[in-house]
Design a binder for this molecule. Structure first.
Ligand code: QUE
Length: 369
């Protein structure tokens, strides 16, 4: 069975990430297929609209296949531990190219963000023109837990969220639901998961209409649960805490504001626990990356993220975090260094060191990539 399925009905192109067992985690093979299909359909005038979904009920997409990435890192250490493994570079170039393609696609892309939508999954959802969540959606940028940072365009979409929600979600890996996603502006429609097949039938029906765009907006709006019928957004209820983070300039200020609230508030306690257990290096890198990229264009975002992610493949915490959480599952990563106080400016700086000159950057021409 193919790892990515395609089907064309009338003028609708349907893509299914077909790796249910791994929660549709994005392997190199999957992102390569997604890139090939999206580029082909972009240039095929018979395709007027794309529908993107994940196989099975559990997940749209749980993230990158980071077990595969970690194996490439560990294998390459015996060859040259100072160099970015070429397979990792190829993987992240391809994954971010897909994210960028979705952000800039000239045709409507409808993403069915049902079930788990984390990390790389949120990267696929964020840039689409029509982003659907359901009562089963569970979203997050949880990379702090594995010693990485929110990539896949998060420097763009977290910074587009209201107030300081993006910084908070990036530093805490907080899980959020469909109602939160609408409140945060990362999804457009909340639709019951049970009506997917009838929505798909209707999308096929309207796909050949010369007023596709209007009819698409009308259809999805009509099928959406009205705001009065949505669960209360937990994120929304924490508006004043998040607003207090707007003017901060340091990790120390973040802790001074969030830690006291975590003592009496379950939503904040959950996020603060991810924050304290996460990589101290990631904490400082995330704070700097999200601050620095606040006004970046999409192209600048993917250029800076590719550099930063590749740097994580030659620094220790990413591999160690994946080992502890997903391979050995001992839940006890040994971070380097092991406390926030021990993270030096030089250490953070080394993660931001350019790996390529402007001329040699793989995303130099990302608009034509
Ligand atoms: C943090 C993460 C990820 C994670 C767990 C974390 C992540 C990711 C996966 C994942 C899930 C299912 C799979 C898989 C990987 O888990 O990014 O291969 O089958 O992709 O705590 O960032």
């Amino acid at each position: 069975m193919s790892i990515v399925l395609t089907d064309i009905k009338e003028n609708l192109g349907i893509i299914t990430i077909n790796s249910e067992k791994s929660l549709n985690a994005l392997s190199l093979e999957i992102v390569s297929e997604l890139k090939r299909i999206l580029e082909q359909w972009r240039d095929n005038s018979d395709i007027k609209c794309v529908f993107l979904q994940g196989a099975g009920k559990k997940a749209f997409c749980a993230g990158g296949d980071i077990r595969q990435v970690r194996k490439a890192i560990e294998d390459y250490k015996t060859i040259d531990p100072t160099q970015v493994p070429p397979i990792c570079e190829e993987y992240f170039i391809t994954e971010y190219s897909v994210d960028y393609l979705i952000h800039t696609y000239p045709k409507p892309i409808v993403v069915w963000g049902d079930g788990i939508v984390m990390g790389g999954g949120l990267g696929l959802l964020a840039g689409a023109s029509h982003r659907i969540v359901t009562e089963r959606s569970l979203l997050a940028m949880p990379e702090i837990s594995i010693g990485l940072y929110p990539d896949v365009g998060a420097s763009y979409f977290l910074n587009k969220m209201p107030s300081a929600y993006g910084l908070y979600l990036g530093l805490t890996g907080t899980r959020f639901d469909g109602a939160d996603a609408l409140f945060l502006g990362i999804a457009d429609y909340f639709i019951p998961s049970t009506v997917k097949n009838s929505i798909l039938d209707e999308l096929v029906q309207i796909s050949s209409s010369d007023q596709l765009s209007d009819r698409l907006n009308t259809l999805l709006a009509q099928r959406s649960t009205p705001s009065t019928g949505l669960p209360v957004s937990q994120a929304m209820l924490h508006k004043s805490l998040i607003a207090a983070l707007e003017p901060i300039h340091s990790v120390a200020e973040f802790i001074a504001i969030v830690e006291p609230v975590a003592k009496s508030d379950a939503w904040v306690a959950a996020g603060y626990s991810f924050f304290t257990k996460g990589s101290p290096t990631s904490v400082h890198v995330i704070f700097r990356q999200l601050t620095e990229s606040k006004h970046y264009s999409l192209e600048e975002v993917f250029r800076s993220e590719l550099n930063l992610t590749c740097q994580f493949t030659v620094h220790p915490d990413f591999s160690e975090g994946v080992r502890a959480l997903l391979i050995d599952k001992d839940q006890s990563p040994k971070w380097t260094p092991n406390s926030l106080e021990q993270v030096s400016n030089e250490w953070i700086e080394s993660h931001f060191t350019p790996l390529w000159s402007a001329e040699e950057h793989p995303f130099k021409n990302i608009k034509q990539a």
